[in-house]
Design a protein around this ligand. Structure first.
Ligand SMILES: C[S@@+](CC[C@H](N)C(=O)[O-])C[C@H]1O[C@@H](n2cnc3c(N)ncnc32)[C@H](O)[C@@H]1O
Length: 292
């Protein structure tokens, strides 16, 4: 008796067709070395539809009337959604101790008390909720209007982000006091408090849909950590240009610790803080190299 459906092999032509289609849709880039990943993960979808091979699946994705819905499934199986609360704490320390006071001083001289932060590629929500907890802990922002926008391309992770219920692995680098103050235990899971949730809105967004990205409005800080590593150079450039356009002059771009803008963009200044280095959009009348 056969317990598992046999793996369906993906030939070179099918690999190229599917790889290019995925790339055009969302910028995720699969090299020849990662063919097995496409084969394994998309194989599940081929079997789900009871198709004979990947060529048939390619036609389904291109021409079927339900192709948009199927693309949602493709994204769900192909994206890497690993995340946890308080990830890269040295960078968060720079954010709370140096970046936020700088923004506050600048805005207070303008008489403005509004802060907008975008967590691009927020996965299951730990990143935008971490930012919200940090801001709730900073009394100098208590009378500010704060908006944190978390976006992701995967509908599956967004559902979890909206639910706001987390297991132990999300807390691997969380100080116990945060868990105590901002979560309630429900059936072995931890539900995030409404006052944290209320600062965060969660939306679906493909970073490659520039017209949709433009609708987000202007941001003071963009967190896009551990997302662009999965893109090739052309895709990285396109997405980073989108961040530049969304940031207000002197706004900040925070990437993951293994990511940089080297060869990607000259439009930002690299700021050296005590715990970390971060990118900043130059002020009005300035260029990344100095004054215009
Ligand atoms: C590894 S997670 C990073 C989560 C969080 N930023 C962190 O650092 O912990 C990468 C996320 O980027 C999302 N992503 C990948 N391609 C995307 C695209 N084209 N548009 C929007 N989100 C994308 C994935 O769905 C995934 O949830």
């Amino acid at each position: 008796m056969m317990l598992f459906a046999p793996e369906i092999p993906m030939d070179q032509e099918e690999f190229r067709l599917l790889r290019d289609l995925v790339y055009q849709h969302c910028g995720l880039h699969f090299t020849e070395d990662s063919k097995y990943l496409l084969e394994k993960r998309l194989g599940k979808r081929v079997r789900h539809h009871r198709l004979k091979n990947f060529k048939e699946y390619y036609y389904l994705l291109r021409y079927n009337q339900d192709k948009d819905q199927e693309f949602t499934e493709v994204i769900n199986v192909l994206t890497t959604n690993e995340t946890y609360f308080f990830r890269e704490d040295f960078q968060l320390k720079t954010f709370t101790d140096e970046i936020l006071p700088e923004i506050r001083r600048r805005k207070e001289t303008l008489g403005e008390k509004r802060l907008r932060i975008w967590s691009a590629g927020c996965s299951t929500g730990e990143e935008p909720y971490t930012i919200a907890m940090l801001l709730l802990d900073d009394p100098s922002f208590h009378d500010w209007q704060i908006e944190i926008v978390g976006t992701d391309i995967s509908q599956r992770v967004l559902q979890l982000a909206r639910k706001g219920e987390y297991g132990d692995s999300s807390f691997r680098s969380t100080e116990p006091s945060y868990k105590r103050r901002f979560f309630t235990e429900v059936n072995g899971k931890f539900q995030i408090a409404d006052r944290v949730k209320n600062l965060v809105s969660i939306s679906h967004l493909n970073l490659f849909y520039s017209s949709r990205v433009a609708l987000l409005g202007t941001m003071d800080v963009v967190f896009c950590r551990n997302v662009i590593i999965y893109f090739d150079l052309a895709a990285k450039r396109r997405v980073v240009e989108g961040f530049h356009n969304r940031l207000r002059p002197e706004g900040f771009l925070l990437l993951g610790h293994s990511e940089s803008l080297m060869n990607i963009s000259n439009a930002f200044v690299l700021r050296h803080y005590t715990h970390d280095m971060v990118y900043q959009r130059p002020g009005l009348g300035q260029t990344a190299g100095g004054r215009a």
